[in-house]
Each structure stands twice: as C-alpha cells, then as structure tokens.
Design a protein around this ligand. Structure first.
Ligand code: DHB
Length: 307
C-alpha cells in the first residue's frame, strides 16, 4: 500500500508525473488520468499560450536528458477550462504555474483559486526562457514573490525549487519558506544551464540558448536526494516534499523515501517510457518495502541510517 498524503491531500500511490513531459495537451492529461500516476500534473502554464523554443530542444542522453523547451503550453485559461473534465479520474489535479513575472503568477494563482485543482505548484526554477533568471536563485525576489502569491484564498500552494549546492542556501531558502503558508515544495527542477557537446558534430545537442539547457535524469539524482534530505531537516513537518530528479526505478523512489520525500515525481523516465513507468516503479517500490519488512511506507520515510 503506497498511499501517501501531500499537503493534506490523499494520493493513492507514491509515484506521479512531474511537470514537463507529456502533460501539455488535454489528451496527454487524460492519458495520465487513465494511468497509474498518483495524480495528474500539468505542464507549467503562462498567461498566454507559447510555442516554446526552436528545435531541437530535447535530447535523450545515456543516463538522462537535456532540454530547453521554453515553456510551450496552451496558456492558463485552457487548463482552467479543461480541469472539470479531468475530475472523472478521482485523483489529485496539480496545476503547475510558471509566470514570467510576479504579476503573472499573482494573476494565475488567483484565477485557479476557484478551480478544481487540488494543489498549485508555482515554478520558481524554469531555466529556459532567454533573459529570465531562475527566481529561486534570487532570494530577495523569492521572498517578494511568495509574499505576493500567498495572499489569496486557501488553495494549497507549493513551490518548485531549483537545486541548491550550499548549506547556507538551504537554510536561507527554508527560512524564507517558513514565513509563508507554503504547503509543499517540489525539489528539484532540472539543473539549469548545463552544456552537452557532441564531439562528432562539434555542436551542442540542443539549439536554444547556444546549447545551454536543463540537465535531467540519473545525472541529477544525488543532487535531488541531497536537496530533499536537507529541506526535510530544515522545514517543519507541515510542509510536504515531492522528490524529483532521476527516478526510473523502485529503488530510486525508495532512496527518495529514505531522504524524506512524501511522494515522488517522474519526468525523463516518463518522457522516454510512457505511462507504463508509473505502475512498474510502484510495483518495484512495493516489492522493496515488503522484502525489507516495512509494513507501512511511512516507517521508511526519512529513515536514512547515517554511518
Ligand atoms: C521548462 C523547463 C523547466 O525545467 C521548467 O521548470 C519549466 C519549463 C521549459 O523549458 O519548458
């Protein structure tokens, strides 16, 4: 039994899709509804529809992927309109919001207050819009943005964070989050502005931003585990944590569970394998838990054994 609770919302399992791959169109979201993903998470939306960056903008790599999609999406009103048609699957609906300014985020967070969304995940870490920095790396702006978007109603709100690499940064961010009614964090986003070069062609493997893009998949799992575990130690237990980054197997999910994640989100593996990955990873995690005699998934949560 992998049922989990995140931000006081019940999830039938521990594994759901991450915002990003295969969650932009209504057909893709219905596919997630019919799958064993524990929730339906949408692609990050902006005020207006976007085509995104020029192709090639996604490249599968031996142990992950690099992408610079540039927020292709239908515009938030399209998601507002389709949410009622996605309630039939009786699983949590999570809307990812990625405004290009604080005002955009305010408009969208306020618009989704009266929607069927169960959770709002506001993206503070998109690395791929040329000229736009990752909000989560600017602590003053992060504080300002949180103050602005937490003023409305009571739709549970969380933040998708970039990866941090320093204990001072973990502490600073945790202290900012504690000032606001943030119900969850999702950690981590792709590692921004990495460069993969093909020595044969002597070119980057993607076109936008001179080849600089977000690194995803197995390459970033140790970074995701560190971020989840650091924030689990620094944040009060009332703030839930989605673990994201390099989850392909039940063992990967189990490692995030030990680090303290309340549920995990899958991106590159879902992009590469399709909806079948949710049932496979869930079954693998169940087998690990029973082999290790964990009666309850909560007994392993955050139970990392230090040497
Ligand atoms: C995109 C990439 C991200 O990592 C993200 O958080 C949001 C958007 C993108 O390029 O579409």
């Amino acid at each position: 039994n992998l049922s989990s609770t995140v931000a006081e919302v019940n999830f039938a399992s521990y594994i759901l899709n991450a915002s990003g791959p295969r969650c932009t169109t209504e057909a893709e979201l219905h596919n997630l509804g019919q799958s064993e993903s524990a929730a339906i998470m949408t692609k990050s939306c902006t005020l207006l529809a976007r085509e995104g960056n020029p192709e090639p903008r996604y490249k599968a790599l031996p142990q992950g992927s690099i992408q610079s999609m540039g927020l292709p999406n239908l515009g938030y009103k399209a998601y507002l309109d389709m949410l009622p048609r996605l309630t039939q699957y009786n699983k949590p609906l999570i809307v990812s919001i990625s405004g290009l300014s604080i005002n955009d985020n305010v408009e969208m967070v306020s618009a989704f207050q009266k929607s069927a969304a169960d959770l709002l995940e506001v993206n503070f870490s998109c690395p791929n819009v040329p000229g736009k920095p990752q909000l989560g790396y600017d602590f003053e702006q992060t504080d300002k943005a949180l103050a602005a978007i937490t003023k409305f109603g009571d739709k549970p709100l969380g933040i998708k964070l970039p990866a941090y690499f320093d204990f001072n940064h973990f502490e600073t961010v945790a202290n900012i989050l504690k000032k606001y009614p943030v119900k969850f964090i999702s950690s981590i986003n792709s590692i921004g502005n990495t460069l993969v070069i093909d020595p044969e062609t002597e070119s980057p493997v993607i076109k936008p931003k001179a080849g600089f893009g977000g690194l995803c998949g197995s390459y970033i799992k140790p970074i995701g585990l560190a971020n989840v575990n650091a924030f689990r130690q620094l944040l009060p237990k009332e703030i839930s944590i989605f673990g994201v980054g390099g989850i392909y197997s039940g063992s990967d999910a189990f490692e995030y569970l030990l680090a303290g994640a309340d549920a995990v989100q899958v991106a590159t593996c879902y992009q590469e394998q399709g909806t079948e990955c949710f049932s496979r990873i869930s079954n693998e995690l169940s087998q690990i838990l029973s082999r290790k005699n964990y009666q309850d998934i909560n007994d392993a949560k955050g139970a990392l054994k230090l040497l």
